[in-house]
Structures are given as C-alpha cells and as structure tokens.
Design a protein around this ligand. Structure first.
Ligand code: MF3
Ligand code: CO
Ligand code: CO
Length: 268
C-alpha cells in the first residue's frame, strides 16, 4: 500500500499517522546509513581509548579527530550554541554533559558518550555507556538494564507497530528492576536534521500513539535512573541535565530504521 492509502486506512481507524516528511526516501536512507557507519566507528574508537585518568576534553578531541578522518562532521559542535563535538555525561549527569579539561575520569565512574555525525548532509545519532575500572554493583546493573531496555524496545519494533509501545516496554523493564525512566527527554526523528519529529517517548501506554510506517528513522535513547526520575538543568551551563537525587543515570542510544519487514539499527 502506498503512503496515501496507508494514511487513509489508519485515519479511518482513528490512529495517528506519520507525516510524509517522516518517511525517508531510499536515497536519504542510504545517506543516513553512511553517517551511521561513521558514527559507529567513532564510538568504537572511543571504546578502544577511554581510560581512567583522561579528561572528557580528551574524549572530545578523539571524537573530533576520528570523525574528521572518516569524512564526517560532529553535529553537536555549535548546535544551538553547544560548545563541543560530543556529549560526555558522568554518573548522576543524565545527558548533555560538556567535555572539559578539568573533568578527569576516575575508577568507578560510569560515562555516557553521545556522538552525532553529519555525512553529506545526513545525520546519525548514537550513544554508549562506559564503565571505568571497578564500578559499584548497582551502577553496573543500571548500565546493563538501560541497555536491555533499549534492546527490548528494538526487538519489539516492526512496521505498523505503535509508537508508545516503545516507551511501555522500556518503562516496564526499568521498573521491574527497581529503576526509573526520565520522562522529560525523549528520542527523536533524525536524518535530514539533528532533531526531527516525532518525539519518541520512553514511557507510555501499550497499543497507543502514532503507527510506525516503513521508512521512518528515529532514535531511541532511554535515560534510566537509579532512584527518582526527577531531573534538573545545570543553570551554570544551561545544557547538562542531572538527577535530582544525585543517583546514577545510564543511557544508550541507537538510530533505527523501520523497514518493510522489521527494523534495522543504523547507528549504535
Ligand atoms: N545527541 C543528543 C541526542 O541524543 C543531543 C545533543 S544536543 C547537543 O539527541 F547539542 F548537546 F549536542
Ligand atoms: Co538523540
Ligand atoms: Co545522541
């Protein structure tokens, strides 16, 4: 069925449908795929070099160097005034941590490194957690569960599944393990721009929300916290989000594509 007929079909059922812009063309998908390949290589490079004693500024330099070498551009740099090439968020930092020469990784830290690559105008966005040395068992479990939440959500994705099922699955798994899900920040459409519609909720009710059509490309990036899900914005830089209660936070992010038959991970 073509796009217009699908819209008619689901609208008649009272189900919200994606806009035409949310459906990527073959050419766009190929571009995003290439951006994703570079982004994944950059994160692999970080994984091979991250260590206790290095500064988050050094991570920024690794990401900038590797991305350039592979022909990409770091999307964060100057994005809405963001000052660095990558986000580095440690321990109780939920997301949007700013690399800094005075922030030194130490034994027991957990850190999210979030890279977004532009290649020939196309965007791919992904992040991973890294555990530095010997990590507190609760933090370690949180990191594992946050990855499981994302993988479970992806496993359940298929064409014509519903948007809020993603969040339902994520929050169920987090809560079953005694953890919480941050509600204020979500995933997003990605590809032609850094952040596109739709907003991808990491919580929600089963079998509700927009129907997902083949050709949609978006991120899933649940932020899972040890304690309360409440967060605050660091007023000193207007970027970094922290847990209210100072508990650990963990996040993994993929860029995914809904295909005619299932789902593909374009960046991880
Ligand atoms: N990469 C983040 C995301 O997953 C966004 C970072 S915006 C920046 O959506 F400006 F901080 F880089
Ligand atoms: Co994102
Ligand atoms: Co990201």
């Amino acid at each position: 069925m073509n796009y217009e007929d699908l819209v008619k079909k689901y609208t008649a059922l009272g189900i919200k449908t994606p806009t035409k812009k949310m459906i990527k063309t073959e050419e766009q998908i190929e571009g995003i795929r290439q951006a994703g390949i570079i982004n994944t290589k950059v994160l692999d490079y970080v994984a091979a070099h991250i260590h206790a004693g290095m500064s988050t500024e050094e991570i920024d330099q690794l990401v900038a160097k590797k991305t350039k070498e592979l022909g990409g551009i770091c999307a964060p740099l100057n994005y809405e005034g963001f000052p660095k090439s990558v986000c580095t968020s440690i321990n109780d930092a939920v997301c949007h941590g700013i690399p800094d020469p005075h922030t030194i990784l130490k034994n027991g830290d957990i850190i999210n490194v979030d890279c977004t690559t532009i290649y020939q105008g196309y965007y791919a966005d992904a992040s991973r957690m890294f555990m530095i040395g010997e990590v507190d068992p609760i933090a370690k479990r949180l990191v594992e569960v946050s990855k499981e939440c994302l993988d479970l959500a992806v496993k359940n994705l298929k064409p014509f599944s519903r948007l809020r099922d993603i969040g339902y699955i994520i929050e169920e798994h987090a809560k079953a393990n005694g953890f919480s899900v941050v509600h204020e920040i979500g995933g997003h459409g990605v590809g032609i721009e850094f952040h596109e519609d739709p907003f991808i909720y990491h919580y929600g009710k089963k079998n509700t929300g927009m129907v997902l059509f083949p050709g949609m490309v978006f991120t899933i990036e649940p932020m899972i916290t040890e304690g309360s899900r409440e967060v605050f914005l660091d007023a000193s830089n207007n970027w970094t989000i922290y847990t209210d209660d100072g508990g650990w936070s963990s996040q993994f992010e993929y860029t995914v594509l809904i295909t005619e038959t299932g789902v593909q991970i374009l960046a991880h």
